[in-house]
Design a protein around this ligand. Structure first.
Ligand SMILES: [Zn+2]
Ligand SMILES: [Zn+2]
Length: 505
């Protein structure tokens, strides 16, 4: 066999490989290894045809799984010989509508280092623009309404890209190639500052003005990625105590956000593993041991050795915290036990008794997602609340199941949908003891069914007779198969006999 013999190979790749800059990355990899071919999206991932010298093809295939864009995750690669077509370039084929139904969707991702550099570069056209993002970072799960993951199915559909953004979006060599939330100050979302009555406050820089209010001890409602936060300066005891009174939250610790690790080290102990957790693109709240004496107000986590801390994860957070704060309280924007507010009007209605000012924006959040919470125990991270930054990455099961919907418990509810060997856990929903949370529970199931393209054949509903989610059970003792309000809401029909709550799934 001659060493320069031309061969062809086909690779079918499954996993999180769409909407994460995978195709341009493969384009670069193909050019680097001097192989020709093409890449296209498929119903479950991507398909690659490559041809070139056997040596180059081998190097390309060996390199591919180890050299991935930051958000990509490969679950399976099928490799097979293919027919040589005599291609003279490597190209990215356009997506075919109707095909992309079961691919994995990326979670929301903290702003990346490249975007941060641009954010604080006075020469960049997105200098200080709070919605800067690229294919390696930005919102995903919280702004998507349907699949495939294209701009028209996200809340960015209301913003028409300017020519410069469009040319980045169309260029396979650009970091913003097919970055669905791509935006700039000319064409993208904008922030605005409002008072507690919802009146617009006219000012040149709403983020700077919001920072000034926080320094004066005011409470701000800040619209983030997965919902509103209520924020005060974490060093200001009067402000923290006032927020507690308004939120009816007496002692439960409040999470804080600091601009960088150096600032966190001023008030908390941080092990190397905790540092990695804090800095990961998921940006969870990490429970850290407080330093004594603690620089932060005792009212942040009274009589508690631990404190929940996170790093900024949106450009807006970075701009806010860059104004000289050690830490800001960032607690969920809700009255205790209610779901976090995501809609501007809803926030004005529900949070006006708690917030003095509102820092809002006009990019809609389609699905709320609270901050995730993790803790390091015996050297391993334990997830206490699996939400933003992780959902909807599935847990991979040992075997495939027919599609199941598991509705979770009444307290600290999370639902789960399965498809094949993937179990998709929802974001944290909360305690189903008020109608707002119950509505959120139903909406989340509908939303997940749509964006994951799953029609469950079996359902597991809570059985405890006092459980809200088990309204069905009240129709008869132990009657899990009784047609139920939740079942009808979730499926739009009565269950078939034996379909609900079949044990032993
Ligand atoms: Zn980025
Ligand atoms: Zn633009």
């Amino acid at each position: 066999m001659k060493p320069d013999e031309i061969v062809a190979r086909k690779l079918n790749i499954n996993g999180i490989v769409q909407g994460v800059g995978f195709r341009p990355h493969i384009y670069q990899l193909a050019r680097f290894h001097q192989v020709m071919g093409e890449i296209s999206n498929t119903s479950s991932g991507v398909s690659i045809h490559v041809e070139g010298s056997r040596e180059n093809i081998d190097r390309f295939c060996r390199n591919l799984p180890t050299d991935l864009p930051p958000l990509a995750h490969i679950t399976d690669i099928a490799e097979a010989p293919d027919t040589v077509r005599g291609l003279v370039d490597f190209s990215i084929l356009p997506s075919t509508a109707g095909l992309l139904r079961s691919t994995l969707i990326s979670p929301d991702v903290s702003v990346c280092e490249d975007c941060l550099k641009e954010l604080f570069d006075p020469a960049d056209r997105r200098f200080l623009y709070p919605f800067i993002n690229c294919t390696n970072c930005g919102p995903r799960y919280t702004i998507i309404d349907d699949i495939p993951y294209d701009r028209c199915h996200t809340s960015m559909k209301h913003f028409v890209m300017c020519d410069r953004c469009r040319s980045e979006y169309d260029d396979p060599q650009n970091r913003r190639f097919h970055a669905q939330p791509n935006a700039c100050p000319v064409c993208g979302p904008q922030v605005a500052l409002h008072d507690s009555d919802g009146g617009l406050i006219s000012c040149e820089n709403p983020v700077e003005q919001a920072g000034r209010y926080l320094k004066q001890g005011k409470t701000l409602a800040i619209k983030g990625l997965g919902g509103f936060h209520l924020s005060v300066d974490a060093l200001n005891t009067l402000a923290v105590e006032r927020l507690r009174r308004r939120k009816h939250r007496e002692e439960k610790p409040l999470a804080v956000m600091s601009p960088g690790l150096e600032r966190i080290l001023e008030y908390a102990h941080v092990a190397p593993e905790e540092k990695a957790l804090l800095s990961s693109f998921r940006r969870p709240i990490v429970l850290l041991r407080k330093k004594e004496p603690c620089l932060l107000s005792e009212a942040v986590s009274p009589r508690n050795a631990f404190i929940g801390v996170m790093l900024p994860y949106t450009p807006l957070h970075y701009l806010l915290l860059d104004q000289g704060f050690t830490a800001l309280v960032m607690t969920s924007g809700n009255m205790s036990e209610e779901p976090i507010a995501i809609d501007n009007d809803d926030a004005f209605a529900r949070l006006s008794g708690m917030a003095d000012y509102f820092l809002i924006h006009d990019r809609q959040i389609y699905l709320r997602s609270d901050d995730s919470l993790v803790r390091l125990v015996a050297g391993a991270d334990r997830v206490i609340r699996r939400s933003r930054g992780t959902v909807p990455v599935p847990v991979f099961l040992r075997r495939s199941l027919s599609p199941v919907l598991a509705c979770g418990a009444e307290l600290k509810n999370t639902v789960c949908l399965t498809s094949g060997n993937r179990a998709f856990l929802s974001q944290h929903i909360g305690d189903l003891e008020n109608s707002a949370t119950y509505d959120f529970f139903c909406m989340t199931i509908e939303h997940m069914k749509r964006i994951l393209d799953i029609t469950p054949r079996l359902s597991r509903l809570p059985q405890h007779p006092l459980c809200h989610g088990a309204a069905a059970g009240r129709h008869g003792p132990g009657s899990g198969s009784t047609p139920s309000r939740p079942y009808r809401q979730l499926h739009g029909r009565k269950p078939d006999p034996g379909e609900v709550d079949r044990p032993g799934l």
